[in-house]
Design a protein around this ligand. Structure first.
Ligand code: ATP
Ligand code: TPS
Ligand code: MG
Length: 332
């Protein structure tokens, strides 16, 4: 077979190829590799087990300014974020850690404390893991959760006319990374989005129990990429309103020299680990009452694709781009 570097195709096409190899599932596996943020397993009469894994590395995930405690926190948080995406309650987290042999013992302990504190914050715990020697600090987390069957939320289920909502702010983690990489002073409130992401477990469980949400996922790779994933799974399109994107005031100030950049950060940079979800129109009022949730647009027919209306009324296509692993080379 002809040699094709993985960087030529990128993360998502590779996931499709791999998931296709794993597509045959035994009874009891409701969702396997590929279609959603977690696998879903039928374990008992009333609830599903959801499981996810996510690998993080020194070079690509932990900015040098990140403390070892924050490294641990983030490693648990990104996995719990995928549990939240299903509307589930966390059951436990495992952490496989690859360490360079010259790592300070105190540094490793701080990583563990960060993981513990994040798990504790969401009423769960680190219940196992593994330690290996590795050239680059690498942490591969696995999180488990449970969800009442009727409350499971997946990427499939959005209907035309539903409202699109997100938790928290959009683009804060991207702005923080931009500030760190360009030696720009950013307030702690902005840096925290990148260095200490908050998995939206509590919001997700409330949303799942209300029954108004029709589809959900997390925004780890950015709002745009997430909408393309929801679009594929639910067979719908989306129309966003630029003025409704929830921008953190400190981020607006930080990026005030370039407002276009601000909006593209909100859509394309990723790393926010917020939830994006669709809500039946009759439920939107109740959902917005939960707080820290913004309505950013509406579900439209799939043929209408994914677009955004700017403040001046013009409508632009939202590009299919976001944070993507493997893509280091030009892969046009
Ligand atoms: N190597 C792999 N083998 C099997 N399934 C995989 C593999 N890599 C990814 N997947 C599956 O593909 C889907 C998307 O994976 P991905 O890691 O992008 O998860 P995500 O929740 O969308 O993103 P993030 O990792 O940013 O939270 C999931 O269902 C995941 O289990
Ligand atoms: C040094 C450094 N560079 C970039 C980023 C941004 N970043 C890392 S992972 C991720 C999204 C999901 O990844 P995955 O698909 O692996 O879950 C994003 C936006 C960072 N945190 N640190
Ligand atoms: Mg996810």
């Amino acid at each position: 077979m002809r040699y094709t570097p993985v960087s030529k195709i990128g993360e998502r096409p590779l996931i499709s190829l791999i998931s296709n190899i794993f597509r045959e599932l035994p009874d009891g596996i409701i969702l396997g590799a590929g279609p959603d943020d977690c696998a879903v397993i039928d374990i008992k009469e009333s609830s599903y087990l959801v499981v996810t894994t996510d690998m993080l590395h020194r070079m690509t995930d932990f900015p040098w300014q990140m403390s070892p405690w924050q490294i641990g926190w983030m490693s648990a948080a990104v996995n719990l974020s995928d549990i939240a995406a299903m509307g589930a309650r966390p059951l436990g987290v495992l952490a496989a850690i690859g360490l360079p042999i010259d790592t300070d013992v105190a540094f490793a302990e701080e990583i563990a404390r960060g993981m513990r504190d994040c798990a504790r914050e969401y009423d769960t715990a680190i219940i196992g893991g593994d330690i290996d020697t590795h050239d680059e600090l690498t942490i591969c987390g696995t999180a488990l959760g449970t969800v009442p069957k009727e409350q499971l939320l997946t990427r499939k289920g959005a209907h035309v006319g539903d409202k699109v909502c997100v938790t928290g702010y959009a683009g804060a983690a991207g702005a923080a990374l931009y500030a760190l990489e360009n030696d720009i002073n950013a307030p702690d409130s902005v840096l925290k989005a990148l260095l200490e992401p908050t998995p939206r477990i509590n919001e997700a469980m409330k949303l799942a129990s209300m029954g108004h949400v029709t589809s959900m996922m997390d925004t780890s790779d950015g709002i745009a990429m997430s909408l393309y994933d929801l679009s594929k799974s639910s067979e719908v399109g989306f129309r966003l309103q630029e003025k409704m994107l929830p921008l953190q005031p400190e981020v607006e100030e930080l990026m005030s020299f370039n407002r276009e950049n601000l909006y593209s950060m909100a859509l394309y940079t990723g790393g926010d680990f917020e939830l994006i979800f669709t809500v039946r129109p009759e439920g939107i009022e109740d959902v917005l009452k939960l707080g820290n949730i913004s309505m950013i647009g509406e579900v439209v027919h799939q043929e209408k694709s994914i677009s955004i209306q700017k403040s001046d009324g013009t409508v632009l296509q939202v590009e299919r781009k976001g944070y993507e692993q493997l893509k280091i080379a030009d892969n046009t």
